[in-house]
Design a binder for this molecule. Structure first.
Ligand code: ZN
Length: 447
C-alpha cells in the first residue's frame, strides 16, 4: 500500500512541478547550489565556481544587470585535525578548527588542559594558570527562537582564542557554539585582536565538551595531544554577485536585499546561507514577474561573509554613496518568518502601518526593539540606510549552524515557502510606497 501511495504521490508531484509554482525558484536554488557546487569556502576555487553558477542562474531567471564585483581577501584553509586525551583516560575527541586558527607542528603538541566554565573565568585567570597549557572554555548556550543567545555565548569563539593567546596558552579548545547534542563540531570565524599571536584554536562537539568537563571534574591532571594543521594561503579573489529588478524611478532609491554565497567548508551551506539566497531571490523574482516596481531591487549574493564580512564591506565601499531606500538580508536559515522589526526615522510612517497590516495578515507581527540587519548589509545600515528584519524562527538554527550537518535535507519546504511569501509581501509594500523612507542617524553594529 505504501509503495502504491508513494507512486501516486510521485505522479502528483511530477505533474505539479511541470506547472512550476513560483516557490520552486527558491527550493531549486538551495537544491542546485548545494548539489552542483557543495561547500564554498570564501576565497577558494569552490567559491569561484559558486559565482559562475550564480551568474548563470540569475541570468536564466531573467534578472537585469547580472554581474560579479570582485574583491581580494586573505584566505584560510582547514588542515588535519585530531585530539586525543593521553591521561588520565585515553580517548579521542571530535573537534573542528576555528577560522584563522594557528597550526600545531605536523606531529602535534601534548600539553595539560586548564578548563574554564565560561569566558569570564578565562578572562579573570592569572597568566601563570594558563601559560603553556591548552585552554578549554565551556558555556551553557541554549536554543532561543530569536537566536539572541548566539550574541552572548558566541563570544567564547569570537574572543576566547585571542584572550588565551595573550595569556600565553599553547592552544584553545571551546565547547561548540551550538545547541545540539550531536557529535558534530561547529566551526566559525575568530580574529586575532590586539596583537595576539595565532595559536591552534578549535571547537569540540557538544558531547565531547561535556565528556571533557566530566574528565576534568575527576580532579586528576588531564593531558591532551592535539594536531591542527590549517594554513593561510595568501590573498585571493572573492566577489559579490549582483542582479537587479529595474524600477521606474531612479531617484526613489534602491531596495538592497540578499544573503551570502560563501559557506563554511564542513557542510554544503544549505541553511547558511543558500536558504537566504533562495528566499530573497524567489521573492524578487515574483516582483520581476509582475508590474514594473517604482524602486529598483538590487539583489546581492555576497561573497566571503563567514570569514569577516568582506563582501558587505566591499559593497558599501563601491555603492555607499548611492541612494538606498531600504535594506534587508536573509541569513538565519530556512525556517518561517515569525516577526519583523524595523529601524525607520519616522515610527508613525504610513509605510509602517501598511507593512504591519500586510505582514499581520499572514501572522507575522511587529517585534519590540529596533532592526539592525546582519553582517552583509551592516556597513550600509551603519551609514544610516533604513532597515527591516524579517525574523526567522531560530529554534533549531544553532543545532546545525557551521557544521557538517548543514545539508539540503534540513530544509523544511513548507517553512521555506512561508519565508518567501513574507519577503514577497514586504517587497510589494516597500518597492512601491510613496512614503519617503528617511534614514536614521548612523549607529554602530553588533557583530
Ligand atoms: Zn550566514
Amino acid at each position: 500500500m505504501r509503495a502504491l501511495f508513494s507512486a501516486a504521490t510521485a505522479l502528483l508531484l511530477a505533474s505539479s512541478a511541470s506547472s512550476a509554482p513560483p516557490s520552486d525558484v527558491g527550493y531549486d536554488i538551495v537544491e542546485g547550489l548545494t548539489t552542483e557546487v557543495g561547500q564554498r569556502l570564501a576565497g577558494t576555487e569552490a567559491e569561484a565556481r559558486a559565482r559562475t553558477w550564480a551568474v548563470a542562474r540569475l541570468k536564466a531567471l531573467g534578472f537585469a544587470n547580472v554581474r560579479v564585483e570582485p574583491f581580494d581577501m586573505p584566505v584560510w584553509v582547514r588542515g588535519g585535525e585530531t585530539a586525543e586525551i593521553v591521561a588520565p583516560f585515553p580517548q579521542k575527541l571530535v573537534l573542528a578548527a576555528l577560522g584563522n586558527s594557528g597550526a600545531t607542528p605536523e606531529a602535534g603538541i601534548t600539553a595539560e588542559i586548564v578548563g574554564f566554565p565560561g569566558l569570564d573565568a578565562l578572562k579573570a585567570a592569572p597568566d601563570a594558570e594558563v601559560r603553556g597549557k591548552i585552554v578549554f572554555v565551556s558555556h551553557r548556550m541554549t536554543a532561543t527562537q530569536d537566536g539572541s543567545s548566539y550574541g552572548y555565548f558566541g563570544a567564547a569563539r569570537r574572543t576566547g582564542p585571542s584572550i588565551a593567546s595573550s595569556k600565553g596558552a599553547a592552544a584553545i579548545l571551546i565547547r561548540s557554539i551550538g545547541t545540539d547534542h550531536h557529535r558534530v563540531p561547529h566551526t566559525g570565524v575568530q580574529d586575532w585582536t590586539n596583537g595576539a599571536k595565532p595559536i591552534p584554536a578549535a571547537a569540540l562537539s557538544v558531547p565531547d565538551a561535556e565528556q571533557l568537563e566530566r574528565i576534568i571534574a575527576r580532579g586528576k591532571p588531564v593531558r591532551l595531544h592535539l594536531t591542527l594543521t590549517p594554513r593561510m594561503t595568501g590573498i585571493h579573489p572573492s566577489g559579490n554577485v549582483i542582479a537587479e529588478v529595474p524600477g521606474r524611478d531612479s531617484k526613489a532609491g534602491v531596495v538592497l536585499i540578499g544573503g551570502h554565497l560563501d559557506s563554511w567548508d564542513l557542510g554544503t551551506g544549505a541553511i547558511d546561507d543558500a536558504a537566504g539566497l533562495a528566499i530573497t531571490t524567489a521573492a524578487a523574482k515574483r516582483i520581476l514577474d509582475g508590474p514594473k516596481p517604482k524602486r529598483t531591487i538590487r539583489l546581492v549574493w555576497f561573497g566571503a561573509e563567514e570569514e569577516g564580512g568582506f563582501g558587505g564591506k566591499a559593497y558599501a565601499k563601491a555603492h555607499g554613496t548611492e541612494k538606498h531606500a531600504l535594506t534587508a538580508e536573509a541569513d538565519f536559515g530556512a525556517d518561517r518568518v515569525w516577526q519583523f522589526r524595523t529601524h525607520f526615522a519616522d515610527a508613525k510612517s504610513p509605510l509602517l502601518t501598511e507593512l504591519t497590516s500586510a505582514l499581520g495578515d499572514m501572522g507575522v507581527g511587529p517585534g519590540s526593539g529596533a532592526a539592525h540587519g546582519g553582517t552583509d548589509i551592516g556597513p550600509m545600515v551603519e551609514r544610516g540606510t533604513p532597515v527591516i528584519d524579517l525574523e526567522q524562527d531560530g529554534t533549531r538554527y544553532f543545532d546545525i549552524h557551521h557544521t557538517a550537518d548543514d545539508t539540503l535535507d534540513k530544509i523544511d519546504r513548507a517553512q521555506l515557502d512561508q519565508a518567501i511569501d513574507a519577503w514577497t509581501t514586504m517587497l510589494r509594500v516597500v518597492v512601491d510606497t510613496p512614503d519617503p523612507l528617511s534614514a536614521l542617524p548612523a549607529q554602530p553594529q553588533e557583530d
